[in-house]
Design a protein around this ligand. Structure first.
Ligand code: ZNH
Length: 142
C-alpha cells in the first residue's frame, strides 16, 4: 500500500497538475480510445467519441474530479470511492481491467505534459496510487 512518502509525492504532484486536470483528462481519454479502442464500447451512446469532442471533454473533467477526490481522501480511498465503485460495478458494468488501462493513459499524459516532475520516484508513487484507486473502484464488484 501507499507509504507516507508516496502520499506526499502524489499530493505535491497533484497540486502542480490539477490546474490542467480538465485538459489532462480529455487527452488521456482521447488517447485511451485511440490506443485501446475496445474501451469505446462503454461510450457508444455518446454522439461523438473523437479526440477532444465535447463529450470527451466533459467526461475527462468528471474522471479527474474523481481522481481529485481520491487525492483529497488518500487516507480513506475505499470510503471515498465507494459510491463510484458501486456505480461502475452495478450500473455501468465496467470490466475492472479497464481501470488499469485508463490509469496507464493518465500516467502517459502526466509524463508527457509534466516531464520534469515525472521523475522515477514520482512515477513509482503515482503507479502505486493509481493501483490503489483501481482497487478501491473494484471493491464493490461481487
Ligand atoms: Zn468512469 C462515469 C470516474 C474509470 C466508464 N466515471 C464516471 C463518472 C465519474 C467517473 C466521476 C461520473 C459519475 C456520475 O455522473 O455520477 N471512472 C472514474 C474514475 C475512473 C473511471 C475516477 C478511474 C480512474 N470509467 C472508468 C473506465 C471506464 C469508465 C476505465 C470504461 C472504460 N465512467 C464510465 C462510463 C460512465 C462513467 C461509461 C458514464 C458516462 C456517461 O455519463 O455517459
Amino acid at each position: 500500500s501507499l507509504s507516507e512518502k508516496d502520499k506526499e509525492i502524489v499530493k505535491t504532484l497533484w497540486a502542480k497538475i490539477s490546474p490542467a486536470a480538465d485538459q489532462l483528462g480529455c487527452e488521456a481519454l482521447s488517447r485511451m480510445f485511440l490506443v485501446f479502442p475496445q474501451t469505446k464500447t462503454y461510450f457508444s451512446h455518446w454522439p461523438d467519441l473523437s479526440s477532444g469532442s465535447s463529450s470527451v471533454k466533459a467526461h475527462g473533467k468528471k474522471v479527474m474530479e474523481g481522481i481529485g477526490e481520491a487525492v483529497n481522501n488518500i487516507d480513506d480511498l475505499f470510503g471515498a470511492m465507494s459510491n463510484l465503485s458501486e456505480l461502475h460495478a452495478f450500473k455501468l458494468r465496467i470490466d475492472p481491467a479497464n481501470f488499469k488501462i485508463l490509469s496507464h493513459n493518465l500516467l502517459v499524459m502526466i509524463a508527457k505534459c509534466f516531464p520534469k516532475d515525472f521523475t522515477a520516484e514520482a512515477h513509482l508513487s503515482l503507479e502505486k496510487f493509481f493501483s490503489r484507486v483501481a482497487l478501491a473502484l473494484s471493491d464493490k464488484y461481487r
